[in-house]
Design a protein around this ligand. Sequence first.
Ligand code: DAT
Ligand code: MG
Length: 147
Amino acid sequence: MEKTFLMVKPDGVQRGLIGTIMARFEKKGFQLIGAKLMQLTMEQAEHHYAEHVSRPFYGELVEFITSGPVFGMVWMGDEVVAHSRAMMGKTNPLEAAPGTIRSDYAMHKGINIIHGSDSPEAAEREIHHFFKPEELVTYKRCLDDWI
Ligand code: DAT
Ligand code: MG
């Protein structure tokens, strides 16, 4: 079953949106298999955003993501990567479709509430980076036949 790594960014944590965001993924039907509050180190931030190292916004990006606690989550379900990207909306909240997380709760492209893996391969990499195997719990849900 596909997995993804989602992370409520420091703006979402400070604004009290962890529960609101988790509720969207729970109600959709995805299964939570891991979650934790983390204060990222500069090393973790640089590793996580390594693909953006040459972009002009990179300095601000790692500064922002280490500016306060983040809430990391691992969710599981059919095509959870694509579904969660759709539920998040485009990077720039101005371009995100109404009803998406970034459209509903954010205004600025650098301060956009949530991170989500952009492919199943990236998800595997990011889950491995932030979670130990024993921090993930898989279990049978009685509602799986209905989703
Ligand atoms: P996403 O988070 O939608 O996967 P991304 O991987 O292209 O977007 O970029 C990672 C983060 O970097 C993004 O969530 C916010 C920031 N960012 C991206 N493009 C930016 C830009 N043009 N100006 C400022 N911040 C930007
Ligand atoms: Mg990305």
